[in-house]
Design a protein around this ligand. Structure first.
Ligand SMILES: [Zn+2]
Length: 139
């Protein structure tokens, strides 16, 4: 992934803080909370990180969800991997290891249910346990 190009395409100037956040999300492949990012990214501070996350969400580089305790959790928007235009995506977040898996989904059901609306984007959030973690969970 070309981090500089992503920032430039989104009209954001290239700064070290932005590059580090973007790289971390790309490499970890996991949903991250503010506190996990503060621990993981050396030299990051709360205010800069907060602003960076907010800008990334506004520019649809990241998506945010409410996680445990209703604190926001962030993950990379799959749209930037694929194309700049809208893709419908289902996002799975593992409750235990926070792994994020994004898959494109068929939109026909949503378009049927919301037939009188013009849908521009959607996100479907699925929470549960990934194949690895579910081995150790008694259902
Ligand atoms: Zn897991």
């Amino acid at each position: 992934m070309n981090y500089k190009k992503i920032l430039e395409n989104k009209g954001l100037s290239v700064t070290n803080a932005r590059l580090m956040v973007l790289e971390y999300f790309d490499i970890s492949g996991k949903a991250q909370s503010m506190s996990s990012l503060l621990k993981a990214i050396k030299g990051s501070n709360r205010i800069t990180l907060y602003r960076t996350l907010k800008q990334f969400v506004d520019k649809q580089i990241l998506m945010s969800f409410s996680g445990d305790n209703n604190l926001p959790v962030y993950c990379i928007s799959q749209a930037i991997h694929i194309k700049e235009t809208y893709v419908s995506q289902a996002i799975f977040i593992c409750n235990k290891c926070k792994t994020v898996i994004t898959r494109e989904v068929h939109t026909s059901i949503i378009e049927t249910v919301f037939s009188e609306f013009l849908i521009k984007n959607e996100k479907i959030l699925i929470k549960g346990y990934c194949p690895n973690c579910s081995k150790n969970i008694k259902l």
